[in-house]
Write a protein that binds this ligand. Sequence first.
Ligand code: ADP
Length: 488
Amino acid sequence: MSLNRVMTAAVAMLAALSVAGAASLILLTTFLHRTTESMGSSVEGVRLAEALQVDLLSLFRLSDSLLRIPADSSRSFEAIESNLRLHLDEARHNAWSPEEQALLAEAERTISGYLLARESVAQLPPEQAARQLGPRLEVALAALDRLVAFNVNEARTIQLQADRWDQLANIGGICVAALLVLGGGALLWWLRHSVFRPLLDMSRAMRRFGAGRKRTRAPEAGPLELRDMARTFNEMANSLARQQEEQLTFLAGVAHDLRNPLSALKMSAALVTSGRPIPEERMQKTMALVRRQVARLDRMVGDLLDATSIEAGRFELSLEERDARELATSVVELYQAGGSSHDLRLQVPEEPVLLSCDAMRVEQVLHNLVSNALKYSQGSSRVDVIVAREGEEAVLSVVDRGIGISNEELRTLFTPFRRTGPARDKAPGVGLGLSVARRIVEAHGGRIEVESRPGVGSTFRVRLPRAHAAVQPARPGDATPSPADTVH
Ligand code: ADP
């Protein structure tokens, strides 16, 4: 399971619940507003119908002299009638449903009938007038009663509806709260068990590793991202452990390889400073030995320094335009002059092979390849150094008929400090020359290819862009190893 997916789902669920909650809140408040309005209108309808009834009764009482109730002098007949008309107007405005409007219209009709009848009986004796008006008043009051009953009914229906919505809102609210609590709890539980625990384990493993327990590895558990992180840490720890092992092997190798020339130098120095007369020929041999051992030491220290500056990214090239033929010739001549027992041959084309390069560094590469070819082949065997043009590239090849390299060894040939089995016993070295050579060639925008068969020999080909096709040089530290470097 991926942490990203779980968190996205949790946030989406939370957002959906919030949106649903907000939407239902808006709906509920709108409904509540409407309910309050309808309820208010029903109550108002009841009030107005009752006010109309009071107005009618007041009118009747005013004209009923038989009841012997003295008429209210302050409330004249006209005032009550205008009050009644005002209440009728208000009732008309308040009635919104067709049913209520119909009931009101009927009540209005009966009230008008009563008012008209009252005018027509004005000249009659009071008893007779009261007898004629009584039934009309009853009819008008009954119509108003129906209006009251209708509004009371409406109010009850609205209240029932509001109750139902209230229940629904309660259930909805409880469900949303329960979902939130359950979802939040589940998320917390999952985070605790599947995220925090593996995280703690990983941080514990990192602390232990940092404290020097190099065998500690982080458990690959939990969501995808944490498993990836643990895997990356474990790979890094493996690589660090491997590097440490390689460095130890390298240190042991360097100490071993430095010891041989140093013992030779020590013995030579002891001979020279012994005070005994040394024959000229012996002296010459001793000095030649000293020179060889010093050169070997020089090369080893040079390789070490180059490798260090490449790793630290402090490796700069000073480019100039040079002919590859010249560079190859100077290297070959140096080895030929050094009295090599090998049959060292140089093949160059007639036309120049121009390179935009750091001449010293390219010579260093050739030195390394030629010295390896000599080191890892029989004393009298042939070694060819060939310069050629292939399309936009200059190809500098060193071909030997030596011990060769197995397919398995070819894979790690350019890895710093790696020395292959038979070579390690045959010749001294620190296993840095080829890795330095590859970085130099890559910094020139080129590559090294190798073809080799154990017992038959090896061909190392350096491919560099020719001067007019040269690319911008890259910093050696930036160069990425390419599997195409080795061709079997
Ligand atoms: P060094 O020669 O100092 O050990 P290099 O980096 O130059 O370091 O070479 C790395 C390893 O590659 C050597 O130890 C040797 O095993 C192998 N190697 C290089 N060149 C040849 C060759 N021409 N023939 C056989 N093996 C070679």
